[in-house]
Design a protein around this ligand. Structure first.
Ligand code: PHE
Length: 340
């Protein structure tokens, strides 16, 4: 048998010289591995005379334990060294300025929606929401769109595979749902997403509208004009904002009008935004068509009403000076950070 004390001494020297855990493991394999020096020694025991075996076995086992312990001790030292090095490398420089916490912000469309809603809820309007997937009855038929009328085709409708389902092209179907649910008299404001097959600097296939509907006794165009003037002057924070009603056609109102406001950028004297017209188109409105009221079981002898629909992105573009509607939906932080 080899001199075991010599072996232990040699192992200690080699362990101490190992500068990494990998190198130390090689030392372990050399002595204690399957084909290691000590393992070979145990095999040799069989060839000793029977009376010498127990003592020899004990010596080999003791040597094995001694080497195991010295390897463990060295491994512990190496691990502590590695940890200390890592901690030193990762050290935080507490004298650096902090990164700070960036506050989040409301999306411009959300801000405008909430602003419009707030202005109407203070006037006693209740907020009502309808489904974004509508059917032809609520989106068209009940709103007095005749089956062959071109207005139906002009809407650039997205139909679902199972017609009559479609993505609502406007928030006007909520007029129908609210009237059928509550009856007259009624004041509702209906914000939400709308969809049309259209895409350019002023159109995205998904956009938002807010619908307003008021049904009561003695409601007239004068009342509509007064309410919209008050609303738009407050919305743009301009007491001298002027409104212009241009006759227009929507199947669900009679008479129908499009409303222009005096240009908020040049006060009507003409600029690039209003294309030198002095006026900006902002919404559609009119007196609710009797056919619509009748479909919703409202007594047209007693009640009349008005409705309007306004594009939220359009209002946002005017209020914030956004010149491409698509910026709303590109998630560019340079754009979004301006609305904190
Ligand atoms: N629904 C119309 C549109 O989307 C707007 C509108 C609403 C017009 C209510 C009149 C009355 O264009």
């Amino acid at each position: 048998m080899l001199e075991l004390d010599q072996l232990i001494h040699e192992a200690r020297t080699r362990a101490a010289a190992s500068e990494s855990l990998a190198a130390l493991d090689e030392v372990r394999v050399h002595y204690l591995g399957k084909k290691g020096v000590l393992t070979e020694q145990l095999k040799v025991l069989g060839s000793l005379p029977a009376m010498d075996r127990p003592a020899a076995g004990q010596r080999v086992n003791r040597a094995k334990q001694a080497i195991t312990e010295l390897l463990d001790a060295r491994r512990h030292t190496l691990e502590e060294q590695a940890l200390a090095e890592q901690l030193a490398a990762d050290a935080v420089d507490v004298t650096l300025p902090g990164r700070g916490q960036e506050p989040g912000g409301m999306h411009p469309v959300t801000r405008i929606l909430e602003r419009v809603q707030a202005l109407f809820t203070t006037l006693g309007f209740r907020v009502e929401v309808g489904p974004e997937i509508e059917d032809e009855f609520h989106n068209f038929d009940a709103l007095n769109f005749k089956p062959a009328h071109p207005a139906r085709a002009e809407m650039d409708t997205f139909y679902l595979k199972d017609r009559p389902l479609l993505l609502r092209t406007h928030t006007s179907p909520v007029q129908i749902r609210a009237l059928l649910k509550y009856g007259a008299p009624l004041r509702v404001i209906a914000p939400g997403r709308t969809f049309r097959h259209d895409y350019d600097v002023t159109h995205t296939p998904m956009f938002h509208q807010v619908e307003g509907l008021l049904v009561d006794k003695g409601v007239s165009m004068a009342h509509l004009r007064g309410t919209l003037t008050d609303f738009l002057q407050r919305f743009f924070e301009k007491d001298d904002l002027k409104l212009r009603f241009r006759p227009s056609y929507f199947p669900f109102v009679e008479p129908g009008a499009e409303v222009d406001i005096s240009c908020i950028f040049c006060d009507g004297s003409g600029c690039r935004v209003c294309k030198h017209a002095g006026w900006l188109e902002v919404l559609g409105c009119g007196l609710v068509h009797p056919n619509v009221l009748e479909t919703c079981h409202v007594d047209t002898e007693r009640y009349s009403g008005w409705a309007f629909g306004v594009g939220i992105e359009r209002l946002g573009m005017l209020r914030y000076g956004i010149n491409d509607i698509r910026m709303n939906y590109e998630n560019d932080l340079r754009f979004l950070r301006q609305f904190r």
